[in-house]
Design a protein around this ligand. Structure first.
Ligand SMILES: [Zn+2]
Length: 79
């Protein structure tokens, strides 16, 4: 298991996610982002708007994902 925070995954808080694969952790962060979006949390709304800008460009989105995947792969496993 590895740990990444909401902030590390393009979000806005220090909430931690734990997963064995990058896909899994990305999914958890997405769900959390949606919850915060529904609550209308301003910091998360801002972070999501920035993500939306990235998502407009498929190449930028791909690069963002690859970078985060590398970051995830480079993390030490949780003890
Ligand atoms: Zn968050």
């Amino acid at each position: 298991m590895k740990t990444m925070t909401c902030k590390q995954l393009g979000g806005a808080c220090d909430r931690e996610f734990h997963a064995n694969s990058f896909e899994e952790i990305a999914e958890q962060s997405k769900k959390h982002g949606m919850e915060m979006f529904q609550k209308g949390d301003p910091e998360h709304l801002k972070a999501m708007n920035e993500m939306k800008e990235i998502m407009k460009t498929p190449q930028a989105m791909k690069d963002w994902f690859e970078n985060k995947r590398k970051e995830f792969d480079g993390l030490p496993d949780d003890k």
